[in-house]
Design a protein around this ligand. Sequence first.
Ligand SMILES: [Zn+2]
Length: 291
Amino acid sequence: MRKPPSHDLQAPQQLPVTLAPCTDELLSSWVARHAVFYGVPPLAMLRHCLPETPSLRATDLSLNDNQILRLAHILCVDEATIRRTTFTDIARSSRCLIATDAIQSCSTCCPAKTEPRAILRSQLLGWRITCALCGDLLQSPSGVSCASTFGHYSATALIGERLLHDEASRKARTWVSPARIAQLLLMRRVKNPTFGNYEPWRYRVLGALIPDLDDVVDRQSLPMSSCPILPLHLRPALLAAIAMVERSGPEMLEMLCGQMRGENKVRFSSAINEIMRGTSRSTASSQLQLI
Ligand SMILES: [Zn+2]
């Protein structure tokens, strides 16, 4: 594709032909479909629109107002449509739960007739077990549903999903960030294993709340706490545990801290202190507003 001349930066040209975005389609997916239509690589297509952008992923995560305006003009839609295709409005604390690729799908809502196949925003949301559009249970790429392993936690897991959704969409604030709790629950209870066949590296804080978890996980099943996105069949356990902590209050965190050992106990304890400092600051702030 012709590289846009420098004056295009001020007056970008609309694409002669544009494709309509699918409902909830991710910006990079929409750009990729335009790239196929125009016969260029997806990044070349994106840089035709936004010359300074580093990657498709960066564009999905965040766009500034000028970039939104420019894309809206080039792709012949309004600014709200562009904004809806990205995670620009997602709370920063929830970004650790946005996957880099599609990790799930809804058999009802995922469009099948596009080429390449459209990727929806909800396919990257690591806190969802139900489709944000229709409410059906999501499926993993291999067709596994979250109902298979921890289905008995489903009612509580839905509360956890709602808490994470509300935080991500900035609809509500509770005493604690549910995404932060997700990270704490995936910490190891012991940092360095020192026992023979006992494998404490497997045993996360989460297992203290969901005892059957340790029998189900294998080494590959659980991610690092910095990226707390569980495979779909294990995710109800994490969501349910988040709901339990949120409902029980700070005492639950203290109890979990008692399950830890050594360096990780110190880290967990310091994280609790940080959370409680944030909670008392926001309480003081709301009390000031009441006065
Ligand atoms: Zn759906």
